[in-house]
Design a protein around this ligand. Structure first.
Ligand code: ADP
Ligand code: MG
Length: 231
């Protein structure tokens, strides 16, 4: 934990009054209307809500992929919004050092092996560590698939590669956007069990889903509807 985090009381991420308005021409879409939420170290939180509720928007803001229209955001001790003016490169650095993402579509590089995919984010941080990439693939149960390309892996295996890739730079926060949406129920349950283990090791996880069945795996549920927190 760095000093800034200790000062903020240790939460991995905290949003206060988070607002996001998208503008498309003359149209304004109020995607988030003032959301408060907090994720502690080692917590596995399910962000539940129907399509259009604002889940992906919330993940994009917490992941520093996009800037809030209003409210305050604190990610690993770095404050964003409410007049805080970081450059894009500063936000990129905070993101790369603190946040891992996984998505429903996996987004692996099709021409690279599983091992090369996991190594990719190390290019951004300039700390190549093939042993760590290998160890992570072992950790997610793919020690025997390191040389395979994504097209030679099942959906569940591809998502495990994506999880290993998301962890390679030792993030504090894993943001997962409908990560089991393309998986069968058994593979889904395996991935959720892996999330539980990772949270047990101190990783904070925010899992966005519309699927009520997933909430049983999480420590806690934050529920969104039409841009508001309803539970
Ligand atoms: N880039 C964008 N531009 C305009 N509207 C957007 C954009 N992204 C999302 N929205 C709108 O914001 C609302 C919330 O979307 P989203 O966060 O993707 O919800 P969810 O992930 O819960 O389905 C929706 O009405 C959606 O159409
Ligand atoms: Mg979404």
């Amino acid at each position: 934990m760095n000093e800034a985090m200790a000062e903020k009381g240790g939460a991995t991420a905290r949003a206060e009054g988070l607002v996001k308005v998208y503008r498309r021409g003359a149209e304004e879409i109020r995607a988030l209307k003032g959301i408060d939420l907090e994720i502690e170290p080692g917590e596995f939180v399910c962000l539940l809500g129907p399509s259009g509720a604002g889940k992906t928007t919330t993940l994009n803001l917490l992941g520093l992929m996009d800037r809030p229209t209003g409210g305050r955001l604190d990610v690993a001790g770095h404050v964003v919004g409410d007049g805080a003016r970081q450059s894009e490169s500063e936000l990129d650095r905070v993101r790369r050092e603190n946040i891992g993402f996984i998505f429903q579509q996996f987004y692996l590089m099709p021409t690279l092996s599983a091992l090369e995919n996991v190594e990719m984010p190390q290019l951004w941080t300039g700390k190549p560590d093939r042993a760590r990439a290998r160890a992570l693939l072992e950790r997610v149960g793919l020690g025997h698939r390191m040389a395979h390309r994504p097209g030679e892996l099942s959906g569940g295996e591809q998502q495990r590669v994506a999880i290993a890739r998301a962890l390679v730079n030792r993030p504090k926060l894993l943001l997962a956007d409908e990560p089991t949406g393309n998986l069968d129920t058994r593979t889904r349950d395996d991935i959720l069990a892996l999330f539980r283990e990772l949270a047990g090791e101190g990783l904070s996880i925010l899992l966005a889903t519309h699927d009520q069945e997933l909430v049983g795996y999480a420590d806690r549920v934050v529920q969104l509807d039409e841009g508001r927190r309803v539970a």
